[in-house]
Design a protein around this ligand. Structure first.
Ligand SMILES: Nc1nc2c(ncn2[C@@H]2O[C@H](COP(=O)(O)OP(=O)(O)OP(=O)(O)O)[C@@H](O)[C@H]2O)c(=O)[nH]1
Length: 418
């Protein structure tokens, strides 16, 4: 279900500005320009629909932050916007259990609001470990992280944190104190770095009263960031957000580099990487198939390039469904590959023949028409450890399948020469 955001701003222009940011974050705004209107809007909806509320500190009918009390009492995580940046207003805002507050000062503040809105949804599946023996400080950090919807793990020792990291894939950040019962924080960081790079897991050191060198010590041991205690509420949350966003950006770049943009399948480069890594532990019973669509150029020429793209996407999806237990990739153009790490060519041939028949019968919907495509397939299963050799052999078989009339499989069990 797409989540709603209750936007309570002090005039229609501000409601529109914030609503636009809400939509940009993929959420649905429910706008109100006074507390009275907000109460009506809220009463007309199911409370669980609201991911959060963005509330102006001063409203025409609520000049002392009463709208914040209203949304907090309704259990809606609340982000406050304010025109006043003075310490008195800040303290009044932060004395309530708000998610964060945004000064309405410049475009960057609105950019922060946009990132925060997007994060509140994403954070629900993002893990953060807090490791510290200092109870008050640990609970304080945990409560701030929970307000930002993170999945938070409360740890007293480095070993507990390491165990959690081995159990949960969704942890993106570890926040650690330097004085842990089982090892120093900096030793813990350097141990973590043996298993996780700085691009896989962000680590933030925290320490207070231990001299100026602690930050450098943490960073030289492999931490991404350091925060001195006692920290400021806002800085803590900004640093957390920045570190998590860094890990996610690297993940997104990596995903884009490994994925074929059109079909979403692994690309040739990633295919080689995956197979080479897996192949090290495999037996010689493996097979590789190259699948090439027949006369694909005609589809582009007859129905247009977009129609050709739709066909490629459909074929990619069909391959993915049919060979979900094996490794499927798009090698480029109209050529796909399926690698069977644990099966020989005979097995691959049976499976691929069933696929070939399914594809032949499948009517694929393109812009204004339905089209049918066939494919030619070359299979190789020589007992070689070299994927390149296997690929060349499959390519030769594919050439035979094309030459022999297309829409067929060519599979030759003759071992490789030499
Ligand atoms: N729509 C679309 N077309 C592509 C894409 N990549 C390659 N093509 C087209 O695929 C066509 C491949 O043509 P050919 O290599 O002659 O192969 P074919 O027409 O399938 O003929 P055979 O393989 O010999 O059966 C070319 O027209 C390319 O422009 C793509 O991502 N999208």
């Amino acid at each position: 279900m797409q989540q709603h955001v209750l936007v309570i701003e002090n005039n229609h222009t501000n409601v529109d500005i914030v609503s636009k940011l809400v939509r940009k974050a993929g959420l649905i705004p429910v706008g109100a320009s006074s507390l009275t209107e907000a109460k009506v809007r809220f009463a007309n909806r199911v409370p669980e629909q609201f991911l959060c509320a963005v509330v102006a500190y001063v409203l025409p009918d609520a000049k002392q932050g009463e709208a914040i009390d209203f949304t907090i009492e309704a259990y809606i995580p609340t982000i406050v916007t304010t025109e006043n940046l003075d310490t008195c207003t800040r303290d009044k805002v932060l004395s309530r259990d708000v998610v964060d507050y945004i000064p309405k000062e410049n475009a960057q503040n609105y950019d922060y609001l946009n990132r925060l809105l997007a994060r509140l949804e994403k954070n629900k599946s993002t893990g953060v470990i807090v490791v510290s023996t200092h109870r008050v400080q640990r609970k304080h950090m945990i409560s701030l992280l929970i307000r930002h919807n993170f999945v938070v793990y409360d740890c007293l020792t480095a070993h507990d944190a390491m165990r959690l990291l081995s159990q949960h894939q969704h942890i993106r950040l570890v926040i650690t104190d330097n004085q842990l019962p089982d090892m120093s924080g900096t030793y813990f960081v350097s141990s973590l770095r043996k298993a996780f790079s700085k691009e896989q897991l962000a680590i933030m050191g925290i320490a207070g009263g231990q001299g100026m060198l602690m930050s450098a010590h943490f960073i030289k041991s492999g931490a991404n960031d350091f925060l001195r205690l006692p920290f400021c509420h806002e800085e803590f949350l900004c640093r957390v957000m920045q570190n998590v966003e860094y890990i996610e950006s690297v993940e997104a770049i990596r995903r884009a580099a490994n994925t074929d943009y059109l079909t979403g399948l692994p690309n040739r480069r990633h295919f080689f990487y995956t197979v080479t890594v897996k192949h090290q532990t495999l037996s010689n019973s493996h097979a590789l198939a190259l699948i090439d669509l027949d006369h694909f150029k005609r589809i582009n020429d007859t129905y247009g390039h977009d129609a050709g793209d739709s066909v490629l996407k459909t074929v990619g999806r069909l391959l993915e469904d049919a060979f979900s237990e094996h490794i499927v990739a798009r090698f480029g153009g109209e050529e796909f590959c399926v690698y069977f790490p644990y099966h020989d060519g005979r097995y691959a041939k049976d499976q691929l023949d069933a696929f070939r028949v399914t594809l032949e019968k499948q009517a694929i919907l393109v812009t204004d028409a339905t089209v049918n495509v066939t494919c030619s397939i070359g299979i190789a299963d020589h007992t070689t450890q070299s994927i390149e050799e296997l690929l060349s052999a499959a390519d030769r078989q594919l050439y035979c399948a094309k030459n022999n009339g297309r829409n067929q499989i060519s599979y030759n069990t003759t071992p490789l020469a030499g």
